[in-house]
Structures are given as structure tokens and as C-alpha cells.
Design a protein around this ligand. Structure first.
Ligand SMILES: [Zn+2]
Length: 282
């Protein structure tokens, strides 16, 4: 056993679990309630997000498929882009190019440096782009709010909709103070994005966010986000007692969590939808 563990460690760093949730659709996860999705098409595979980049996610992917892999990031935050450097190129929304190599913690810089392509190339996926995988076509939908470069990815034949951090289980983080001039426009955009996705409801069966949980019911979930965004905009959203749960600390500042850098935060909810944003100015 010890030998096996050591051998495995040199390959994967014992970091990634993986499981199949639909034919040809795998989840790869390395323990931060972060989900990377691998869809294996007929001619090509697509990896949606690459996690923080610890260990060798490419080795895990190549155990599943020998097809060429196109790397796509749902947005530019480092917990989705850290493993990009395992490949020579990653594709993303235009604004994600600005921060996709910006690590959160110093250890991440070391992980990037260990990758075969630390200075990997980036390519832009504009709204409406279609990617033909042979037996599947992916359509890119820009849905910026949590991040300016966020995209949703609609798998037209399999009827999957990948929503990154924009419509996710647990909570959507809006790392802005409500007095920030960008705050209300961001919430307006978030609501418009939910309405847009709901207007395409006949084209997919479930949502696959990047954190906490997947296979979400789109009707309930997107409608609740539309209602919650409306309550934030008209000032009736009710703050919950704390932000605990879903891997999020009760007090982000006191906990020393990475979220603490953004100041004290509040969670507001409506049904299945939950949004966290800043409540004070440091
Ligand atoms: Zn994010």
C-alpha cells in the first residue's frame, strides 16, 4: 500500500478525485468543493476549469481520454485557472485574460512555476462562439457579474449548462461593497444574465456550477436568483445571521480566510439562491 501511495503521489500528488456523472462527463475535484468538468466528445475533449493548479491535473485528464483537450475557463479567478499551465493554451472570456494568472496565495506561484507552460497562451471565447466536438456542440454565453469575464457553456446535444461561479450552489460571491458604484450595476447584470439563461430554458436540463454542487434545477434556481437580485436592488433583501456554511467562514475577517481580504460580508437568500457581498468599508 505504501508503495502504491508513493507511486500515485508522483503522478497525481494524491490530490484529485474523479467520478462520472453523465456518459462522457467527468467531475474532477481536489477538495476545495471546486469542480472541474471534463467532457469527452467524439473528436476532442473539453476541460472546463483547472482548479488551483496543485499537483498534475493533466495526468488525471489523460487517464480518461487520449483525445486532444481544449481547456476552457468559466472566468479568470485563480481557483478556476491554476492548472492551465499544464497545457500550452487556455480559452476564456476576454476579461478573464486580465487576471487568469493572478494567484491568490504565494504557494500558488510555486505551483504555476512547476507547470510545463507557466506562460501559457490565452484565447478569447466571445459570446455566441460555437465549438464543434464531433458529437456535441458547445455554445458560449457571456454572463459577467461575479467576474467581468464569466461565460456559461451550453452543451447543446447533452443539454448541460455550465455556469461557473455566476449561478452556483451555496452562494454567489459578489466581492463588492453595496456602496461601490459598481455594485448595483453588477446586480442588474446578474439578474439580466439569469433572465437570459431562463429564456433559453428549453435547451438544457440542469445547471453545473463550479463549486459545492451540480445538477441543479434551473427553473427554481434561476427564478430565485432573479427574485433575490430584485430584492437587493429594491433594498428588501434580508441579511442572514452569518455567512457560515458551504466552505465559507462565519466571520471571514476573524477566520483569516482568503475572503477576509474583502472585509466583512453578509449573506442574503431567496429560496435556493444566495448571494454574499461586502457589508463594511475597511
Ligand atoms: Zn470566481
Amino acid at each position: 500500500m505504501t508503495h502504491m501511495r508513493e507511486e500515485n503521489k508522483t503522478i497525481h500528488g494524491l490530490l484529485y478525485g474523479s467520478w462520472m456523472i453523465r456518459p462522457n462527463l467527468w467531475v474532477l475535484s481536489n477538495g476545495w468543493q471546486n469542480f472541474q468538468y471534463l467532457f469527452v466528445g467524439e473528436r476532442q475533449a473539453v476541460l472546463i476549469d483547472t482548479g488551483y493548479g496543485e499537483g498534475n491535473i493533466r495526468a488525471v485528464v489523460e487517464e480518461k481520454t487520449k483525445l486532444p483537450v481544449m481547456v476552457i475557463n468559466t472566468h479568470g479567478h485563480f481557483d478556476h485557472t491554476g492548472g492551465n499551465g499544464c497545457w500550452p493554451k487556455a480559452w476564456m472570456g476576454e476579461a478573464a485574460q486580465l487576471d487568469c494568472k493572478q494567484w491568490f496565495e504565494p504557494i500558488h506561484e510555486q505551483w504555476i512555476a512547476q507547470k510545463p507552460y507557466p506562460n501559457y497562451e490565452t484565447g478569447v471565447l466571445a459570446d455566441g462562439t460555437r465549438i464543434d466536438l464531433g458529437n456535441e456542440v458547445l455554445e458560449i454565453l457571456s454572463i459577467p457579474a461575479h467576474h467581468d469575464g464569466s461565460i456559461a457553456i451550453l452543451a447543446q446535444k447533452n443539454r448541460f449548462l455550465f455556469t461557473g461561479d455566476e449561478f452556483e450552489s451555496g452562494q454567489v460571491l459578489m466581492l463588492l461593497h453595496r456602496s461601490d458604484p459598481n455594485f448595483l450595476p453588477t446586480i442588474v447584470r446578474h439578474r439580466a444574465n439569469a433572465e437570459r439563461l431562463l429564456s433559453r430554458r428549453s435547451e438544457y436540463d440542469a445547471l453545473f456550477p463550479a463549486h459545492n454542487g451540480y445538477l441543479l434545477d434551473p427553473d427554481r434556481y434561476l427564478s430565485d436568483f432573479i427574485a433575490l437580485d430584485g430584492e437587493i436592488l429594491n433594498g428588501t433583501a434580508q441579511a442572514q445571521p452569518d455567512t457560515a456554511g458551504f466552505n465559507f467562514p462565519a466571520d471571514a475577517v476573524a477566520s483569516g480566510s482568503v475572503f477576509g481580504a474583502y472585509g466583512r460580508q453578509i449573506r442574503v437568500c431567496h429560496g435556493a439562491a444566495s448571494i454574499v457581498y461586502r457589508d463594511d468599508l475597511d
